[in-house]
Design a binder for this molecule. Structure first.
Ligand SMILES: CC(C)(COP(=O)(O)OP(=O)(O)OC[C@H]1O[C@@H](n2cnc3c(N)ncnc32)[C@H](O)[C@@H]1OP(=O)(O)O)[C@@H](O)C(=O)NCCC(=O)NCCS
Length: 162
């Protein structure tokens, strides 16, 4: 049956985070998603602590009660840093990531920050394409590490899910 209501963005719970951790098949996938500080095999509670989820809000995109994706906004030094973006593997390639990012970006911009940034691993081509499509661009063309900083340069923002 097709859901009649659009997906909504809400604050993620520990149980949402546990579900998202279950979408990660390997330590490499965990690193791509959450960076090097996360420990493979860590409980949801440990990851919740590590990413400081109580302080820096984690959002869940939920469709008719089912979790579709997760993303975090880390507000620091006058900027909003998007992190831990993930979509249910069964739903990828269908526009869910774009919907999630648009809704989270709208939340970030509502914070009246000077900039919206994120980091993405150089090899994460799918994520890079998604971020570029939404108006992010690389902010350090000479960056030579594994992780590339991106900054939002503007573009169409919908407030879907708010
Ligand atoms: C990155 C991720 C969130 C994208 O979610 P998604 O729901 O698949 O993305 P969408 O379907 O909304 O696609 C949006 C855009 O992403 C890109 N994209 C998505 N799937 C792609 C694929 N298989 N190949 C190439 N580009 C792809 C495209 O630019 C696409 O736009 P288009 O369809 O107009 O070409 C998802 O792949 C994911 O959860 N990855 C694992 C975790 C991760 O790497 N997170 C990023 C941390 S920085």
């Amino acid at each position: 049956m097709v859901s009649s209501r659009p997906p909504i963005l809400q604050f993620a719970t520990l149980s949402d985070l546990a579900s998202a951790l279950g979408w990660l098949p390997s330590p490499a996938a965990m690193r791509l998603w959450g960076g090097p500080q996360l420990r493979w095999g860590a409980s949801a509670a440990e990851v919740w602590e590590t990413i400081q989820a109580a302080e820096h809000r984690v959002y869940a995109l939920v469709d008719d009660g089912a979790l579709q994706g997760l993303a975090q906004i880390v507000e620091r030094d006058g900027r909003a840093h998007l992190a831990r973006v993930i979509v249910d593997p069964h739903l990828r390639g269908q526009g869910v990531g774009e919907r999630l990012l648009r809704a989270v970006l709208a939340q970030a911009l509502a914070l009246s920050v000077a900039a919206v940034t994120l980091n993405v691993y150089r090899e994460n081509r799918v994520a890079i394409r998604l971020y570029r499509k939404l108006g992010f661009d690389f902010c350090d063309a000479d960056a030579n590490g594994d992780s590339l900083p991106m900054i939002w340069k503007g573009g169409l923002i919908e407030t879907a899910g708010r």
